[in-house]
Design a protein around this ligand. Sequence first.
Ligand SMILES: *Cc1c(COP(=O)(O)O)cnc(C)c1O
Length: 344
Amino acid sequence: MSSGTLTIDLNAIVANWRALDAMTACETAAVVKADGYGLGAAEVAGALAWAGARQFFVALAEEGAALRRALGPGPTISVFSGHMAGDTDLIRAHALVPMLNSVEQMARHLETLPEAAFGVQLDTGMNRLGMEPAEWAAVRDLAPGRTPALILSHLACADAPDHPMNARQLQLFAEITAEAGVPRSLAATGGILLGEPYHFDLTRPGIGVYGGLPFIDAHPVVALDLPVIQIRDVVPGETVGYGNTWSAARPSRIATVAAGYADGLIRAIGRGARVFAGDVPCRVVGRVSMDLITVDVTDLPEPPEALSILGRHQSVDTLAEAAGTIGYEILTSLGRRYSRSYPA
Ligand SMILES: *Cc1c(COP(=O)(O)O)cnc(C)c1O
């Protein structure tokens, strides 16, 4: 096997979704945008649908279409980007529910698909997607008899429980939707952990389902094992990799493994990352290159055949921290060259 092996534990994904579901008294959806945070939207959503999830969210209509093909009719598939120009046929053909983000999208939807379901996304301060409260007030009577299937908004600082932004957004959301009389959703993973007032009728966890922070009690979901291509000995003073950024301070043994930044192991991990031979940690040395990483394996009793970069000893968030990023980015960057396995 020349490529790395990415093992994705669908049972852990189901367990995480159930644990998040058990924290609320309301319905729990699942966010499977960006191909299920890089882990395979069809596989992830299939497992969660089997476990009882009935609502899924994607970012784009194209993702919704692919997900509908995988799930078949039945589950609700909602689209965060709403009803964009050119999306009408996809929305109709795959019975997608666009979360309308603007007056313009609302007009487009009511005009082109007057019978089709829709949701409304409101901006409560993040200033990224959604109608402003005043816009919502102006358009809500535009379509008498056409009530949204869902009203949602998104928290900007939910991963920081003490941030005053959380309560501000909660209050505004509760205020402007109080009279709406339709299902409401405010919480993603972070919002679920903020507690009951944030839950409303539906939660939309993504990262927690995939085993990432801020859900600290999550079951780990991914393991990534990288085969060693070659091992060499270097003498003190010899350098390793592009730019000669590492030089041996002692007689050293260097293993070259088959993955690099083209596989999502971004260059920035080089500075602090470790990989594991069984239980033994080994340092990444030198620069991460496109297809290869070099590792100091001097202290191992035997030359390793493979090294683990994600798994029992190192979570996605630990690796992300070594690289100065977040687990979301590491997960969604995991490359296409790995051989992916979904053990039963
Ligand atoms: C991505 C996203 C989510 C899921 O967020 P997590 O932090 O991954 O749980 C929920 N709602 C919206 C609008 C999103 O963009």
